[in-house]
Design a protein around this ligand. Structure first.
Ligand SMILES: *[C@@H]1O[C@H](CO)[C@@H](O)[C@H](O)[C@H]1NC(C)=O
Ligand SMILES: *[C@@H]1O[C@H](CO)[C@@H](O)[C@H](O)[C@H]1NC(C)=O
Ligand SMILES: *[C@@H]1O[C@H](CO)[C@@H](O)[C@H](O)[C@H]1NC(C)=O
Length: 425
């Protein structure tokens, strides 16, 4: 048995070496050469399961970026601890983009396309200038979301745009262009303007003259606006972006489905997910200011928010300011788009029932719920091990309790017996 697993492991690691040939293996010397060029580095430890899981993905990332100036590499931090210390690595795997003194830790989904897009974006200046008319068409096709600046590249609005482009570069794209480039597609409200483009539509940032004179207010308002508009119309919601979504002060409308290992879902789930997506696509002008739509590929996270085992597909709406949530009374599968729209209007008018939140009793109950779920899953996965892990300490505890209690009783009896005898006598 042991021999067999050992062999499997050897074959697997051999495969990894072959497929990750485009990944540079770094050592302590990296500290001296890291200032040279652009690096996309995975800091890992050989024993860490998450590291092994992204090993093949990392090889694909290296393959995709092979013809770019970005060098894709990895460091075994158990062998080269000085590197880990130098780059302040606190967890494995840590994925970092390094460009001279600039470092940024990648926190997005660990999937190939997203990591490649991120690295390519980080290798460019934060604001890229568009000069050809056809590049706009290209942007629309390739970027689900991007921010644009149109007009003279000077003044308060421009300064703030460049400032925030740098801040949000890890998350999204920023472009500057002239009126001529844009005017055929979009009605531009002002001489200079900032907009976000998603799904064939531009939404402009409201910059009234008063705001333009107050740098601080402009700074705060633009920051908030970019942060809340940087998501696509219907992104996948995961553990890695839910906290960012909870920061945008909109209602988060989530279609919950349950993907299998191959990222497939049943037809019913697909119909439901498409139905929810069609609502935001059809009514985006009306809904997008108050509602951020999205979908989840597993009910786990939603279960923990709702504190119950949700059936899939399901619909969950989160109030991102208060942390409360809303759920339809009816079975979500039977809901029509009209029914969902009415439900959303009710939420917006604060007429829908509200559940959960972040008060202490709710947090306590959520903790309890999560612990119970973990235990149940462990039990389903491996009853014997679970029984041992929890049974042994419990057994010891009860033994200790038993002996403590019995000792008490014995002592008490010993003391009491003579008394009672005395009384009887
Ligand atoms: C355009 O400018 C006007 C007046 O300067 C202002 O009231 C309006 O809010 C601006 N619109 C946008 C989208 O910035
Ligand atoms: C804008 O606000 C950020 C904090 O959100 C601050 O760090 C930055 O210095 C401000 N910039 C200007 C130009 O006011
Ligand atoms: C969340 O709930 C609060 C309090 O009921 C409400 O003021 C707010 O508008 C709601 N919606 C969002 C998106 O925060």
């Amino acid at each position: 048995m042991n021999l067999l697993t050992g062999q499997c492991f050897m074959i697997l690691s051999a495969l990894c070496v072959v497929s990750s040939s485009r990944v540079l293996e770094l050592s302590d010397k990296f500290i001296d050469i890291s200032n040279d060029g652009m690096w996309f580095v995975k800091f890992y430890a050989p024993w860490c399961a998450h590291c092994r899981r992204i090993e093949p993905i990392w090889a694909h990332v290296a393959q995709s970026l092979y013809n770019s100036p970005i060098k894709v590499a990895k460091v075994d931090c158990t062998r080269f601890m000085a590197v880990a210390t130098h780059f302040k690595v606190r967890a494995y795997p840590t994925i970092m983009f390094i460009k001279g003194p600039y470092r940024h830790e990648y926190v997005g989904e660990r999937v190939k396309d997203e990591m490649v897009n991120y690295a390519l974006r980080m290798s460019q200046p934060a604001v890229q200038r568009l000069s050809q008319a056809d590049s706009l068409g290209y942007l629309k096709e390739t970027h689900p979301v991007f921010f644009g600046y149109v007009g003279k590249q000077q003044g308060a609005l421009w300064d703030m745009f460049t400032l925030h482009a740098e801040k949000y570069q890890p998350h999204t794209w920023f472009y500057a262009m002239s009126h001529d480039l844009l005017k055929n597609d979009v009605k531009i409200p002002n001489e200079t303007a900032i907009f976000v483009y998603k799904e064939d539509e531009a939404y402009f940032f409201e910059a009234n003259p008063l705001l333009l004179q107050d740098r601080e207010a402009l700074n705060v308002t633009l920051d908030k606006w970019i942060n809340s508009e940087r998501f696509g119309l219907f992104p996948k919601v995961t553990r890695s972006n839910i906290n960012e979504l909870m920061d945008i002060e909109k209602y988060i409308v989530i279609a919950i489905v349950s993907e299998n290992k191959l990222n497939e879902i049943t037809q019913t789930e697909r119909d439901f997910k498409d139905m929810i997506e069609s609502i935001i696509k059809k009514r985006k002008r009306h809904l997008h200011e108050r509602f951020q739509f999205g979908w989840m590929g597993t009910p786990e996270l939603a279960n923990s928010i709702a504190m119950s085992e949700l059936t899939v597909p399901h619909l969950l709406v989160l109030n991102s300011t208060t942390g409360h949530h809303h759920m339809p009374d009816d079975d979500p599968v039977l809901m029509t788009p009209e029914a969902v729209s009415i439900f959303l209007d009710q939420i917006n008018n604060q007429m829908a029932p509200t559940y959960g939140g972040n008060s202490w009793p709710v947090r306590f109950y959520r903790g309890f719920f999560e612990a119970r779920t973990t235990l149940t899953n462990m039990w389903r996965g491996n009853p014997v091990l679970t029984a041992l892990v929890f049974g042994l300490p419990l057994g010891f505890l009860s033994l200790i309790c038993y002996s403590v209690c019995c000792a008490d009783i014995l002592d008490a009896e010993e003391e009491e017996t003579p008394e009672t005898h005395e009384k009887k006598d």
